[in-house]
Design a protein around this ligand. Structure first.
Ligand code: AMP
Ligand code: MG
Length: 348
């Protein structure tokens, strides 16, 4: 299959959106930008179409897809009820990096929900995504547009690396703004639960709806209960190299990482270092990639997955990363980084 690239880096182009919408309506696959990461879209109400997403990604069939909508009216068509707290949260943060879980109506096929009686829904804050959803019939199922297990794509070339020749179209909307997947809040339990941290943190959500708890599996990696979002149980975002997170007091961390990189180099191995801008002057060994500034959390979230892919391309054998427990998005950033590292932590 030839994968068509539609260039919309300068903004929405109606002719391209029309073509993309036709592909979706005919049951094909279109990758598109959102404010979080690139999504791999198909008609959410067509089981054959959404089934193709699992095949293209190599995604386990029990890992449900998020249904993307462009307006509130669309929500009524796919969910049984919208609790008051969910409505308030959506009014505060939709369109935006928020996914909410509801009980599904039978219009949503089980292929899309990974066999669950619940459905995840999001209204993305991105002109291209919203235009595509409307042109494609109103309901686009879309997980991140990477091969299962690889870092999520934050620019069109990442999607091309994984999906060229496998899907019908990639819409290039340039680099994404946030770079981490949406915050998922479940409204199908007795009280709201965060299943995946993202740009919106627990405090921001609690400010709108009052009490909200974190899924136990997010807080305790040895929790006996599996995570409620099936996707959170898989190793994820994994670069090809072994990745270690080095934690501790700032200066000690820098010294430790530089030592470890130096040892690797003396054995003839390529070592990558993932560090904040503030640490640049301290490293003398290894291949240094600067993720962003600790003063600018979005610069860190936005570059994380791209850097993991860059290290893959350079074929480094090992990566040492600083930790990024930044005040607002630290929980989301470290959730992805810890998964990428398979929870391998070196304490100084
Ligand atoms: P992705 O779009 O690749 O970031 O993956 C979507 C995430 O949403 C995965 O972790 C899924 O397991 C999760 N998810 C989707 N639908 C549901 C649902 N109905 N209940 C719980 N988690 C869900
Ligand atoms: Mg994903």
């Amino acid at each position: 299959m030839k994968t068509v690239i539609e260039d919309m880096r300068a903004g929405v182009r109606e002719d391209g959106i029309r073509r993309a919408g036709e592909i979706i309506k005919k049951g094909g696959l279109v990758a598109f930008p959102t404010e979080t990461v690139y999504g791999l879209g198909a008609n959410a109400l067509d089981p054959e179409a959404s089934g193709k997403i699992y095949a293209a990604k190599g995604r386990p069939s029990d890992n449900p897809l998020i249904v993307h909508i462009a307006d509130w009216e669309a929500l009524e068509g796919i969910v049984k009820e919208v609790p008051e707290a969910a409505r308030k949260l959506g009014e505060a943060f939709w369109p935006g990096p928020l996914t909410m879980i509801f009980r599904r109506k039978e219009t949503v096929p089980l292929t899309t929900t990974g066999g669950l009686e619940t459905v995840a829904v999001r209204m993305p804050d991105h002109d291209i995504a919203l235009a595509l959803i409307r042109a494609g019939g109103g309901y686009i199922a879309a997980p991140s547009a990477n091969t299962s297990g690889r870092p999520s794509p934050t620019r069109a070339s990442h999607v091309q690396e994984d999906m060229d020749g496998i899907i019908d179209m990639i819409i290039d909307g340039g680099d994404v703004g946030i770079g981490l997947e949406s915050t998922i809040v479940d409204f199908t339990e007795d009280s709201p639960v965060i299943l995946r941290p993202g740009y919106l943190n627990q405090e921001m959500i609690a400010q709108v709806i009052g009490e909200v708890r974190m899924d136990q599996a997010l807080i305790d990696e040895h929790s006996p209960r599996p995570p409620k979002a099936p996707g959170m149980k898989y190793r994820h975002y994994a670069p090809k190299a072994q990745l270690y997170i080095v934690e501790g007091e700032e200066e000690a961390v820098r010294r430790k990482i530089d030592d470890l990189a130096s040892q690797e180099e003396s054995r003839g191995r390529k070592a990558g270092i993932l560090a904040a801008e503030e640490s640049v002057p301290f490293y003398r060994h290894g291949i240094l990639k600067v993720i962003g500034s600790r003063e600018d959390e979005l610069s860190i979230s936005r570059h994380l997955f791209a850097i993991l892919r860059e290290f893959d391309a350079m074929e480094v054998q090992v990566i040492y990363s600083e930790a990024f427990y930044t005040p607002r998005m630290g929980q989301a950033i470290m959730n992805r980084l810890l998964k990428a590292a398979g929870h391998q932590i070196i304490k100084t």
